[in-house]
Structures are given as structure tokens and as C-alpha cells.
Ligand binder design. Structure first.
Ligand SMILES: [Zn+2]
Length: 357
């Protein structure tokens, strides 16, 4: 794909807005107001190979679908996507969309104009918005994040004015097919809101009070070495690498000693074998140590990124879609259980970068 430099800033703007939680509808209003024309490539993709004049009559009327198709387009990440459309036959050239799992994606074919993180965030907003078109109430802030851990489906929202609740969520499989397929996984909007808000606050304060603890917790959780032990591993790597570098010299001297008769052939073979075994062990250990260090630095990276985001929310009072999507990957709502006569419900919040903490 050749990135059109005139279009690229508009595409970036669309991603930026979506990633920060602006709805597709508001993005479309923004583009119209700014007088930004719809990209031709996008229209060709949507309308078929030949764009009729009537589509050019309103060049600034962005459909939310068009914006969505830009946001989910992996070509902006630098990948080449083929086989998105097909035609029925040679004669009938009308384009038919091919399911996404049959697309052919060749990675890193050109320079990306959107980074992966922005892409992922924007994508989530784009897909989520589509689901919430029907309902525009404020309760929709959780849509797209809630999952039933039993059947893996999303939870659906139900507007209901109960005594203590203005709405609730329940497993969509249960709703649709009944209790022989899944159980209810019911939670009120108010309960969920309080749980998520206080969890965010708790983690924000923890990160601010003890910045080191998050990384420690994450490394322990994945049975990884501590920061101190990793420093030790790094020293071991240095040692092993130096020893491996010596090997060539040792063998060369050994060979010379053998040629000059200082060492017998038998002795030479035994010693050579010993050195080779030592090298094999060292190399194997080296791979293991390097793997440990790279996993550790990946976790450290993610921990820092998460800390950077969450530490802003120590005093958070209200939740909105942008905050939830910035912080949270998904929320699993377990079925309620009675434990020792008390009703309990497990809610698992998976945060971006660090999963469950
Ligand atoms: Zn379910």
C-alpha cells in the first residue's frame, strides 16, 4: 500500500480520537466540520471498483461505518491485507466481502502510520461503539468489556428500574437460550460501577505509594526471578560469554600441543571432548539466562506502562468509556455463589499490560 501523505494525517487523527474514547458518531461530526473529504480508497473498497459520481456529491459526509472500516484496517499498521473482497464470477464483478479469517495478511510490507498501541485502543472503541448504537444510555460504558467466564460470551445490558439499580448485565447466552445453556451471571450496573471504581483507585494508590511493588508482584505471579536475581543472571551471562570466547584459543593450543607431541592423541581426544561438553552446557545455560532476562524486561516494560497510566487515577470519582478502555482489557463476571451462608460473586478485572493484579 502506498500511504497517501495527504490522507495520512486524517487517518492518524481518526485513530487518535477513537483511541481517546471519542465515539464514531462524534468523529464523523468532527471530520465534517473540519471539511475533511472521505478518502477515495475507502470509497472504492466500499462501493466496488468504480465509484459513481453520486458518492462524490457529499464528500464530507463521513458514515460511521467508513470510519470504522478505517480503524479496523491493518494496512495502517504496515501490513498488506489481501483477499478482503472477491467477485462472484468473471462476468459479475460485483464485490463480495470475504470473512476476516480468510484474509491474507503479509506483515510489515510498508511503513506503518499507526502504532500498535493506538491501533488496539481505537479498535476496541470502534467495535464497542457498534454494539452500543441501539442504546445510548450512560450505562453503556462497560459494553464490550464484560465477559461470561462460563461460556465466553459477552454480557448484555438490561435497562431496569429496580429499587437499588437502574440497570443490570447478564450473560447473553443465558438471555437468548435459557438456563440449560448458561447461568445468569447477573450484576447490577451500580454494583459493577462501584467495584471497578474502587479497584482502579486501589491500584492507583498502590502504584503511587510503592512503585516497586507492582513489578515485584508481577514477577512473583509468573514465577520469575526477582530484580536482584536478574542482575545476578546478567553477571553469569558475562562470565559464560567470556568462557565461550576463550574456547577457540584453548582448542588451538591443545591442537598445537598435540602436533608438537606434548600431548598424546588419546589425551588430546579426551580433553577436546571435555571442552566441547563444557561449551554445550554453557551455551544451553546462556540461552536460558537470556530468555529469563528478556521475559523480565518485557514484564518490567508492561509494568511501567501500566503504572504510567493508572497513577493518574488516585482521586478518580467517575468512570467513563475512555478511562475504562485505557485501563481495562476485560472484566469477567462469575456466577454468584453461596459460601458459608454468604452470597459471593467473583469479579475479575483484567488490566491492559498487566492482566490480573
Ligand atoms: Zn454465559
Amino acid at each position: 500500500m502506498i500511504i497517501d501523505e495527504e490522507v495520512a494525517p486524517n487517518v492518524r487523527k481518526i485513530y487518535e480520537l477513537a483511541a481517546s474514547g471519542v465515539t464514531l458518531f462524534r468523529i464523523s461530526a468532527y471530520l465534517k466540520k473540519q471539511g475533511i473529504p472521505k478518502p477515495r480508497a475507502c470509497m472504492i473498497n466500499k462501493m466496488g471498483k468504480y465509484v459513481s459520481v453520486k458518492y462524490l456529491k457529499y464528500p464530507h459526509d463521513w458514515a460511521t461505518e467508513t470510519i470504522r472500516s478505517i480503524i479496523i484496517n491493518e494496512e495502517y499498521l504496515g501490513h498488506l491485507v489481501c483477499n478482503k473482497n472477491t467477485s462472484k464470477s468473471f462476468k459479475d464483478r460485483k464485490l463480495i466481502a470475504v470473512p476476516k479469517d480468510q484474509w491474507i495478511i503479509t506483515r510489515n510490507t510498508h511503513d506503518p502510520i499507526i502504532d500498535q498501541e493506538t491501533f488496539d485502543k481505537a479498535q476496541k472503541m470502534a467495535l464497542m461503539k457498534r454494539k452500543s448504537v441501539k442504546e445510548t444510555g450512560t450505562h453503556q460504558i462497560f459494553v464490550g468489556l464484560l465477559r461470561c467466564p462460563t461460556c465466553g460470551m459477552t454480557l448484555g445490558y438490561n435497562k431496569r428500574y429496580e429499587r437499588y439499580a437502574t440497570g443490570s448485565y447478564a450473560c447473553s447466552t443465558y438471555r437468548r437460550y435459557g438456563k440449560s445453556y448458561c447461568s445468569m451471571h447477573y450484576i447490577t450496573y451500580e454494583n459493577l460501577y462501584d467495584i471497578v471504581l474502587s479497584d482502579i483507585k486501589k491500584h492507583a494508590n498502590a502504584v503511587n505509594l510503592e512503585p516497586e511493588r507492582l513489578l515485584k508482584h508481577l514477577t512473583e505471579q509468573s514465577n520469575l526471578k526477582s530484580k536482584k536475581q536478574i542482575a545476578q543472571s546478567e553477571r553469569e551471562i558475562g562470565k559464560a560469554e567470556r568462557r565461550i570466547a576463550e574456547f577457540d584459543n584453548i582448542v588451538r593450543r591443545l591442537y598445537e600441543d598435540n602436533v608438537s607431541g606434548k600431548i598424546s592423541d588419546d589425551r588430546f581426544n579426551v580433553m577436546l571432548k571435555d571442552y566441547e561438553n563444557e561449551q554445550a552446557v554453557l551455551r544451553e545455560n546462556l540461552i536460558k539466562l537470556k530468555q529469563e532476562i528478556s521475559t523480565f524486561s518485557e514484564i518490567k516494560d508492561n509494568s511501567n506502562r501500566f503504572a504510567e497510566v493508572i497513577k493518574k487515577y488516585c482521586e478518580i470519582q467517575e468512570l467513563d468509556e475512555a478511562i475504562l478502555n485505557e485501563l481495562i482489557d476485560k472484566i469477567l463476571v462469575h456466577e454468584r455463589e453461596i459460601i458459608n451462608g454468604e452470597r459471593k460473586q467473583k469479579i475479575e478485572i483484567y488490566y491492559n499490560f498487566v492482566r490480573i493484579i
